[in-house]
Design a protein around this ligand. Structure first.
Ligand code: FAD
Ligand code: FES
Ligand code: FES
Length: 464
């Protein structure tokens, strides 16, 4: 039995744990305001908010409910568009959408309103840039974005006065949320304990953002699944001595917002905005990206360039595998049924280490890479002591270009070094589709990495 709160009411259910949350809400709960557009995480029509206790505080995140197994909301608060309605009249966000003509057919509108409500309740600085970013996973097909962005501008002005210490109380007072939100913490604490039988389950689910897209039938017909999304021991990031360790169930958004990771990779916060959307990053895990083994996985590329080691658990027996040795073919990895990737660790970069990530996709946001790559260079003075260069999208798996790395050892960055490194890189890759274009992207991304590491030592002439 799974127990949760849907809007203002307690719900206990025996539906299969892999039931997509959107179907549970629409079919079992008759909350029909949550829409289904694509069922692939791409449109945001199914966006809802999930509230849970973290470090003693009730926090909310936006998710696409089409990719969320109901088991992952056990013990939590699920808020649908019906759940932000006031007893009378429109709420503040709804009012601004109406006033600025931010809705026509209305199909996308619940998703936009939920995403913006999540922003209003969240920790991020309440400014226009972040408010726009909060709807990066929402698509409108008829209104035209100008009226939506005008509504968002007005919402941001209202939110400037929000109380940081007690946002929910302020949002209730200012008609952003109905009053029942003030009692949710109490209600969550009073939920009956849930009983979940996952003994013998072999299908491991974390965020579900790959599984529900790629294995939809297997997911919805599964009697049992083992979720690791809620395993607290597999969440979080720690630095011990010179080792960074990331729990496999840490979400991409948690990693993006981690102060610790921000110190290690100053560009991470900005660059991770290029990974999927806020709603997907709020569910997608670091471990899921690696085990899924897509040849364009952004986290996989990043972690392989850091020469990461994976710790895998097989019923208590632990083994370590280097990520660069993990894949043997397209989506074929060194992990057996029932094994769980627990931790990903890599050496803490120091001041002599330069790390860079590049991604080119058909559109800037909410798209997978055509080619992505990452490079780590360790310098002694201006000489490269060791290098890793990893590319995605140019082979059956994410590739570590070892010959380039060998060549770079002992070199100084210059136009000639770049030209030679590119020649070697081109011989190591074998893109099948759009080969010429992808080869050009590898060349320009390699240039990007090297010029970020030593901007004065290399010039655009090297590309000609
Ligand atoms: C709209 C959309 C946009 C996307 N954009 C991007 C993008 O820009 N860049 C990108 O890289 N990816 C993108 N993805 C892919 C996806 O979000 C990521 O790969 C994500 O990190 C997968 O994590 P998850 O927790 O959701 O994995 P799940 O779907 O839960 O699992 C994926 C696979 O890994 C296995 N698994 C998960 N965790 C473990 C574990 N700890 N141990 C053992 N097995 C495990 C599962 O059994 C499954 O086989 C996108 C997906 C969607 C739907
Ligand atoms: S239905 Fe499109 S994101 Fe869920
Ligand atoms: S109002 Fe019609 S899709 Fe946005």
């Amino acid at each position: 039995m799974i127990s949760l709160i849907v809007n203002d009411r307690e719900v206990c259910t025996d539906v299969a744990p892999s039931t997509p949350l959107v179907d549970f809400l629409r079919i079992n709960q008759r909350e029909l305001g949550t829409k289904i557009g694509c069922r692939e995480g791409d449109c945001g029509a199914c966006t809802v908010l999930i509230g849970e206790m973290k470090k003693g505080a009730l926090v909310y995140r936006s998710v696409t409910s089409c990719l969320m197994p109901i088991i992952n909301v056990n013990g939590k608060h699920v808020v649908t568009i019906e759940g932000i309605n006031l007893p009378e009249g429109l709420g503040a966000i709804q009012e601004h959408f109406l006033e600025h003509g931010g809705t026509q057919c209305g199909f996308c509108t619940p998703g936009f309103l939920m995403a913006l409500t999540g922003h209003a309740m969240g920790d991020a600085e309440l400014n226009y840039y972040n408010a726009i970013a909060s709807v990066d996973g929402n698509i409108c097909r008829c209104t035209g974005y100008k009226s939506i962005t005008n509504a968002i501008k007005a919402i941001v002005i209202d939110l400037k006065k929000r109380d940081r210490k007690n946002p929910i109380k302020w949002l209730v007072k200012e008609n952003f949320l109905p009053e029942y939100f003030l009692k949710i913490e109490e209600k969550m604490a009073a939920l009956p304990p849930s009983k979940i039988d996952d003994a013998g389950a072999t299908l491991i689910v974390a965020g579900g953002t790959d599984l529900y897209v790629e294995e939809f039938n297997e997911m919805i017909t599964a009697d049992k699944i083992k979720t690791i999304a809620e395993r607290e021991d597999l969440k979080g990031i720690k630095i011990t001595g010179d080792l960074v360790t990331i729990g496999a169930a840490t979400t991409v958004e948690e990693m993006r917002n981690s102060e610790m990771m921000g110190k290690v990779f100053p560009e991470l916060e900005r660059q991770s905005r290029l990974i999927s959307s806020s709603h997907i990053r709020n569910m997608a895990t670091v471990g899921g990206n690696i085990v899924n083994g897509a040849p364009i996985g952004d986290i996989t590329v990043t972690m392989m360039a850091m020469d990461a080691t994976l710790q895998i658990d097989n019923n208590g027996l632990k083994r370590d595998v280097k990520l660069k040795d993990f894949y043997s073919g397209y989506k074929t990895a060194d992990i057996k049924e029932g094994e769980i990737l627990e931790f990903i660790s890599f050496e803490l970069p120091n001041k002599d280490t330069k790390f860079s990530f590049e991604k080119v996709s058909k559109r800037t946001y909410l798209d997978i890479a055509v080619v992505n790559s990452a490079m780590r260079l360790k310098f002694k003075s201006d000489t490269i002591e060791s290098a890793t260069f990893v590319t995605g999208g140019v082979g059956a798996t994410v590739l570590s270009l070892n010959k380039v790395c060998e060549f770079l050892k002992g070199q100084k960055i210059s136009n000639d070094t770049f030209r030679k490194a590119n020649e070697i890189a081109q011989s190591e890759i074998s893109p099948r589709s759009r080969a010429e274009y992808k080869r050009l992207l590898v060349k320009t991304q390699l240039f990007g990495h090297m010029s970020k590491a030593a901007p004065k030592a290399i010039s655009l002439e090297a590309l000609v």
